[in-house]
Write a protein that binds this ligand. Structure first.
Ligand code: XMP
Length: 332
């Protein structure tokens, strides 16, 4: 629509002004719509002076990393650095079952990996630049939306300067200024801007997905084997939801692996002692409250049959029919 074209053009102008003729910017892509749209807008404004960083922590769902590495890049022409940090994250998570500890570890490792990447990317660009007086400022792109701005009580121009932790190779006095092209937008407007910019529909319409990823959808310790099992089951559930045309009726559809629970089953010729998964489809307006989604029985039946047929480690599929409150959307 006209309005969305205007929003994009207006933001592009504003960003060019903020970043200037030779400023350098970095954006962390999470795999979600907000960071992708924010990066795409900034890319349009300053081209290759923006570098996007995607930290692959190994906790994403099937196909999501490829969506960023291949489809996002194809759609935007953005300069993308992918950091394969799966091993580092899994090593750090080894032996950990407590949900909050998992979150802390994942958050900590993310910052470590991202800051190292930031230094690797910026240091040579700064060294190669024509900045006689030295670069004092780099720009950090964030997909902050209007509701986040309101929630944090921040008006325009609030303290948006961040100093970097002293990681190797960057000038000591370098500061980061935030660039937030989505600060005035609501989620549905962000999606329209994303479509306007030609981002892939699966990315633009993706359901919310937690930062710690599948790490908090495995009840118990997170291992590569368990992640692979959950990825297969989750992919089937998502595929069938899409096939049924229900994506936009459902807020989120977590699939949760009860990795420390075993249940007896019969599959093929013999008894099995496998794991249950929980389907947790919910409807919601804002994730503060939610209701369990009345997904049609036929769709649930297909999901159940396919998961137990196609994922040998899973021999039981259960449905969570708890609203929020009292149950949260995620299990951890
Ligand atoms: P709950 O489970 O509290 O989730 O009902 C509410 C919303 O928040 C998401 N969620 C998270 N998002 N990091 C995130 O970025 C997290 O640690 C996290 N935990 C929950 C959840 O998916 C839902 O959309």
């Amino acid at each position: 629509t006209w309005t969305m074209v205007n929003i994009v053009e207006e933001q592009v102008e504003r960003i060019r002004e903020q970043i200037g003729e030779d400023g350098l910017a970095i954006c962390a892509l999470s795999g979600g719509v907000d960071s992708a749209v924010a990066a795409a807008v900034v890319q349009r404004a300053i081209g290759d002076r923006l570098t996007c960083v995607y930290v692959d922590h190994g906790l994403m769902r099937k196909g999501e990393s490829e969506q960023i590495e291949r489809d996002f890049v194809a759609a935007t022409g953005a300069d993308l650095v992918v950091v394969d940090a799966e091993e580092q994250f899994l090593d750090a998570l080894a032996g950990v079952s407590d949900p909050e500890t998992k979150r802390k570890i994942i958050g900590r490792e993310f910052i470590r990996v991202f800051e190292a990447a930031e230094a690797d990317i910026l240091a040579p660009k700064i060294a190669a630049g024509s900045h006689a007086e030295g670069v004092k400022m780099a720009f950090l792109v964030q997909g902050t939306l209007y509701p986040d701005v309101v929630e944090s009580g921040g008006g325009a121009g609030t303290s948006n300067i961040k100093s970097h932790h002293n990681v190797g190779g960057l000038p000591d006095d370098l500061e980061f200024e935030l660039v937030e092209p989505l600060r005035t937008l609501f989620k549905d407007e962000v999606r329209l801007v994303g479509e306007q910019l030609g981002l892939p529909a699966e990315l633009v319409w993706r359901h919310p997905f937690p930062g710690p990823g599948l790490g908090i959808r495995i009840i118990g310790e997170v291992t590569r084997e368990r992640l692979d099992i959950l990825r297969e089951a989750d992919a089937i559930a998502r595929e069938e939801l899409t096939r049924a045309g229900l994506d936009r009726d459902i807020w989120q559809f977590p699939v949760v692996l009860l990795a420390d629970v075993r249940s007896v089953g019969v599959q093929g010729d013999g008894r099995t002692y496998g794991h249950p998964v929980v389907l947790r489809p919910v409807t919601s307006e804002d994730a503060m409250t939610a209701d369990w989604a009345r997904v049609p029985y036929e769709v649930l039946e297909t999901v159940s049959t396919r998961i137990t047929n196609e994922v040998p480690e899973i021999n039981r599929v259960t449905l969570d029919i708890t609203s929020k409150p009292p149950g949260t959307i995620e299990w951890e």
